[in-house]
Design a protein around this ligand. Sequence first.
Ligand code: COA
Length: 198
Amino acid sequence: MIVLNHLAGLAADPSPLRREVVVDGVPLVVRGLCAEDATALTAFLAGLSCDSRRFWHGDADDTEEAAGWIEAIGRYDKLRLVAHEPGREDRLAGVVDLSFSLPEGFEITRYAAYGIELDEERTARFGPCVANEWQGRGLAAALLPPAWDAIRLFGRERVVLFGGVHAGNHRARRFYARHGFVETGEVDGTVDMMRDLP
Ligand SMILES: CC(C)(COP(=O)(O)OP(=O)(O)OC[C@H]1O[C@@H](n2cnc3c(N)ncnc32)[C@H](O)[C@@H]1OP(=O)(O)O)[C@@H](O)C(=O)NCCC(=O)NCCS
């Protein structure tokens, strides 16, 4: 209920999520996903390379996936951030997928098997994805402070990877490790990592 109230409030007034960052010399706006982003989000998903798709949303239909994200704005448990150059809402550079629930059978169950009890009231799930032309330029790193600020708005301080990370996604694993995540365990080729916010 508290999560729903927060999400509905941010859907009505997303200004607390808005940040400005500079990545590789380029100014970018980071803000909450809004209903007008459907076409840009579809294009972002469609533009991902095979590897990026495999590590992110797999074979999901891009239009349906984007429509699902839009439909979920201000409802359920998800909050999505997007980044783009000012005035270029049509061309998303990166997205952050946040969730404030821990459904049985997923992270909470895997972590329990590792001997870690996740507290749903304190934990957020987090997954970033950067457009291929932006990868390796520091965008994911620049998205972390806005993501942590959004998570703190919900009073959460523990962050777990949403869906874990593919064991073969060495780039992402190195990225998370460099940014304070520790590996908690591995199930069926999925590595779980978490960190606590300061
Ligand atoms: C994993 C992922 C999110 C990392 O995003 P990113 O924006 O490329 O990350 P960063 O640029 O901050 O850091 C990545 C690398 O770029 C380097 N880098 C950072 N800033 C840089 C800059 N200004 N110029 C050149 N390189 C830079 C970093 O040192 C790092 O190097 P390394 O991979 O050798 O360690 C991104 O590769 C991605 O979206 N992949 C596809 C989807 C995915 O796997 N998502 C994660 C699912 S769990």
